[in-house]
Design a protein around this ligand. Sequence first.
Ligand code: PGA
Length: 258
Amino acid sequence: MKKAYLVANWKMNTTPSTAAKITKQFLSCSHQSARVTTILCPSYTGISAVREALHSHSRKDVVVGAQNCFWEEHGAYTGEESLSSLYVSGCRAVIVGHSERRQHMGEIDVMVGKKIKAILDYKKTIIPILCIGESLQEKKNNSTVLVLRKQLVSALTAIHALSRELIIAYEPIWAIGTGIPIQSSDCAKASQTIRSILMNRLDPESEKYIRVLYGGSVTIQNTSDIMQNGAVDGLLVGSASLEPKNISTIQEIMSHLV
Ligand code: PGA
């Protein structure tokens, strides 16, 4: 059985104590799921606090993730964080190439590609969550497929086969934080496009390691439509995930649909 993923991206909206509080409240209002793995992604300083909050509950279906990483293991990289450092802090997944990092931090495809390669080569298991998606202008120009192909090809230049999971989060930029989610039929098209671009490049055995998620204005209200008709293996949730009850409700809806 393929498991689904629910990724909560808290962006720069929590402190260590609010991240721990959301985690504890989510744990107390949700049930362990055999079908959905929930990945809670606070900012760097909240990672240990979330890990500690998880520790006392021993829930195997909930893990902590980071919102970024660096591709080198150590060195003169002021302000960056290595995979080893994230791993020992408890991280088991990392979001890479979020559009906000591309837009505000100048993160370009080649950097995203180095991060994905570093995570897939890392000796312990950290799941990469690669974010891709077109802008409103690109959508209007009908260049969604071109944009997705370019982002995927650059991020996976050095990858020819997968031997562990790779999550692709399809996040159209025009849907992020706007309250305008994608139509589930368009989501299904994009998801199929992503899978076929990947399978044209990767060894056939890799298919079983690919997971495609959707992100952008996901709420309790649109979860079941996107999960049922969007051809995705899960959801990446931003603003709605700051409310613990929303995470537990979305997790529960997803558990019934996978
Ligand atoms: P949103 O954010 O759910 O608030 O639209 C999604 C994301 O950017 O990760």
